[in-house]
Design a protein around this ligand. Structure first.
Ligand SMILES: NC(=O)c1ccc[n+]([C@@H]2O[C@H](COP(=O)([O-])OP(=O)(O)OC[C@H]3O[C@@H](n4cnc5c(N)ncnc54)[C@H](O)[C@@H]3O)[C@@H](O)[C@H]2O)c1
Length: 345
């Protein structure tokens, strides 16, 4: 089997997760690491792969077949554009960019250089979410009417020792809620408008610690999302979906989708409907459907391999990344202004 050569640009927390999964894959090879830090260099040495301080020098010398851009958000578009210019497909970590204008610049570069971008909204590669999408698209729930997502958890005080995490933009809307918004877009389609409130009452930092949003989907369905990093609470996808070994696992549900003919909770994928009379006085049927657990980071890399080989289109395109970013920024804007934010279709 042909092994696909991948470079990792940015060998921090998530870069190392990708490096680990490449090492376990059997059909991917780590071609090089680009990261200016001593720890990046030390990691490359320990793995016996070429190290570069500069991503462009790495791309020109190591000539990987694909590159993973796992650098800080503000550098995503610059680094990913350098990949595309050289015809190297890029898996760009989420969020695709800091601003919608930058995200659009990456979409333009993707078209100009005819080289694909896959955005790293890894939850899309969880089989639970894939099955949930199949159930929604099969019509079993009827016409979608509502969705609720909960993302409430407690970050330890030490997390906030880093200054940017206490400042605007460093909070749970852009860091955490963006994942849940991408999930809802994946399941229910485009978001047309957003209203929101936020609070920094619990921690007292400049940045929000809690936020809630109401969104209207283009389909007409209505969604609510709630995020807090100051809540002693188990209701968070990372705790219950089996994706993140670093958190104790909880047997709870976090996402609730309802239609005129049925409802579904996630991650347990339980389905609720009426077999006979359709009325709140009648008994409901609860159906359980099991899916195999699978690591979404591994699934995402195998999909990236297929994108590089031209066998699959990106499951999370640059346009998807832009729309998810736009809806997430809209939550912040709506909370600040107190006004509904309309999103372009
Ligand atoms: N999908 C996920 O589950 C997930 C999880 C965590 C982080 N992320 C995203 O991944 C990105 C990185 O987050 P992190 O937590 O790994 O950050 P991090 O700070 O741990 O790592 C970033 C690394 O990039 C390096 N770097 C900075 N500028 C560079 C450049 N121009 N060229 C090469 N290397 C450069 C830094 O030296 C550092 O090692 C962020 O966009 C974040 O939102 C995604």
């Amino acid at each position: 089997m042909n092994k696909v050569q991948l470079a990792v640009i940015g060998a921090g927390v998530i870069g190392r997760t990708h490096i680990d999964r490449i090492g376990r894959s059997g059909n991917l090879v780590l071609a090089a690491i680009a990261d200016p830090t001593d720890s990046g260099k030390a990691l490359a040495e320990s793995l016996g792969v070429p190290w570069f301080a500069d991503p462009r020098a790495m791309l020109d010398t190591a000539r990987p077949q694909g590159a993973i851009v796992a650098t800080p958000n503000a550098t995503h578009v610059d680094v990913a554009t350098a990949c595309l210019q050289r015809g190297v497909p890029a898996l760009v970590e989420k969020p695709i960019a800091d601003t919608v204008a930058e995200a659009q610049a990456l979409i333009d570069a993707e078209q100009r250089f005819k080289t694909p971008v896959l955005v790293g909204h890894h939850r899309r590669h969880n089989p639970i979410l894939r099955r949930a999408r199949e159930i929604v698209q099969s019509g079993r729930l009827g016409q979608l009417v509502s969705a609720t997502a909960l993302a409430t958890f407690l970050k330890p005080d030490a997390y906030f020792d880093v200054a940017w995490r206490r400042q605007a933009g460093g909070g749970p809307i852009l860091i955490n809620l963006i994942h849940d918004i991408d999930m809802l877009r994946f399941l229910l389609g485009e978001i047309a408008s957003v209203q929101a409130v936020s609070s920094h009452q619990a921690r007292g930092f400049e940045v929000e610690d809690t936020a809630a949003a109401v969104m209207r989907f283009a389909s007409g369905a209505i969604g609510t999302v709630l995020v807090s990093d100051a809540a002693t609470s188990p209701w968070c996808w990372d705790f219950c979906a089996g994706e993140q070994g670093q958190y104790p696992r909880q047997n709870v549900q976090t996402h609730f989708i309802s239609g005129t003919h049925g409802s579904m909770s996630l991650p347990d994928l339980d389905l609720w409907n009426y077999r006979g009379e359709r009325s709140w006085h009648a008994e409901m049927t609860q159906e359980r459907s099991a899916v195999h657990q699978a690591d979404p980071y591994t699934g995402q890399l195998q999909h990236f391999r297929a994108v590089i080989e031209g066998r699959e289109a990106p499951l999370c395109s640059a346009l998807d990344g832009l729309r998810t970013l736009q809806a997430t920024l809209a939550v912040r804007e709506a909370a600040q202004s107190g006004q509904a934010v309309q999103l372009a279709g």
